[in-house]
Write a protein that binds this ligand. Structure first.
Ligand SMILES: NC(=O)C1=CN([C@@H]2O[C@H](COP(=O)(O)OP(=O)(O)OC[C@H]3O[C@@H](n4cnc5c(N)ncnc54)[C@H](OP(=O)(O)O)[C@@H]3O)[C@@H](O)[C@H]2O)C=CC1
Ligand SMILES: O=C(O)C1=N[C@H](C(=O)O)C[C@H](O)C1
Length: 267
């Protein structure tokens, strides 16, 4: 069996630890490296011990030494951007899962994908990426409704999430706007705002408890409403998707890839 070696960037984080745990059950994968910032207090410690998996013989590193076949990144926008530059310089393949990028940061990553293979997705979840296809279909089907269709996106995440709205919500909004033509993206509402313009997509971010991720896309018509909801039950839906992405990306030429590519959803 061909074995793909992976390195986990942000390895001690909520997602990094789940990627390590899920990889440990997949004989076609081998964790050969794990990374955190160089000043992390656990540098040098066995990352399996940190993740509660027992010793796996992979010390937590602050730098990329002997590279794995694919690096999986669940970290922060700043560290992801720097990582994408290193991957471009060294020709290292990257599954980029971090969210919360600025426009300028997104441009740096897009440029890096001209020099190496990067699979970049705000959600690695199979169900979320299928929901994105459903939402695209709904938008195309509803775009010419004469009385108008109001689209609002509601996302729910745990209290620890540091960006809002979620990268997934923003991607859903891009998909809707591409199919229906909205040009204004409105984040929350307050005050005496007047009647809702038809050219808006509204975004609403809930932060409660330990919700691992839930998205509802509301298509509001006169007389009826269509809602598409997808919710995660555990972070392993994202971790397993990231591992699928890594296996897909191994050996691929430079370029920017999506989860739809990895999941065969582009047909
Ligand atoms: N695409 C997808 O399917 C999903 C994407 N995400 C996204 O992934 C990101 C991480 O989420 P989550 O795991 O919950 O967050 P955490 O904060 O739990 O994990 C982030 C990890 O990155 C580490 N980190 C910070 N700076 C660096 C650096 N310079 N080099 C290496 N590692 C660094 C952090 O270390 P320290 O704590 O010491 O700062 C931490 O271990 C978020 O942007 C989130 O939106 C989350 C789930 C699914
Ligand atoms: O921070 C999280 O947890 C998640 N973030 C991603 C996003 O911002 O879309 C993906 C998922 O919803 C979980």
């Amino acid at each position: 069996m061909a074995v793909t070696t992976i390195g986990v960037f942000g390895a001690t984080g909520r997602m990094g630890q789940r990627v390590l745990a899920c990889a440990a059950t997949d004989p076609s994968l081998k964790v050969s490296a794990a990374y955190e910032r160089p000043t992390h207090p656990a540098i040098g410690k066995d990352v399996g011990e940190i993740a509660g998996l027992g010793t796996i013989g992979v010390p937590l590193a602050g730098e990329i030494g002997t590279p794995p076949d694919v690096i999986i990144d669940f970290s922060t926008p700043e560290s992801s951007v720097e990582l994408s530059k290193v991957c471009a310089e060294r020709g290292l393949r990257l599954v980029l899962a971090t969210t919360g990028f600025s426009t300028e940061q997104k441009e740096v990553i897009t440029q890096a994908a001209q020099k190496t293979a990067i699979l970049w997705a705000p959600s690695m979840s199979l169900a979320v990426n299928v929901a994105m296809k459903l939402v695209a279909d709904a938008g195309r089907a509803l775009k010419d409704v004469s009385s108008g269709v109001d689209v609002e996106i509601i996302e729910r995440h745990h209290r620890f999430k540091e960006d809002a709205p979620s990268g997934t919500a923003l991607k859903f909004g891009e998909i809707v706007a591409q199919g229906m033509g909205q040009t204004e993206h409105v984040h929350g509402r307050e005050g005496r705002i007047g009647q809702r313009p038809r050219n808006e997509i509204g975004y609403h971010a809930l932060r409660t408890g330990d919700n691992v991720g839930e998205h509802t896309i509301v298509f509001g018509l006169m007389g009826e409403t269509l809602e598409v909801t997808v919710r995660g039950n555990s972070r392993d839906s994202y971790a397993q998707g990231a591992l699928t992405a890594a296996k897909f990306l191994a050996g691929r030429p430079a370029g920017l890839y999506s989860m739809a590519d990895a999941l065969g959803l582009n047909a």
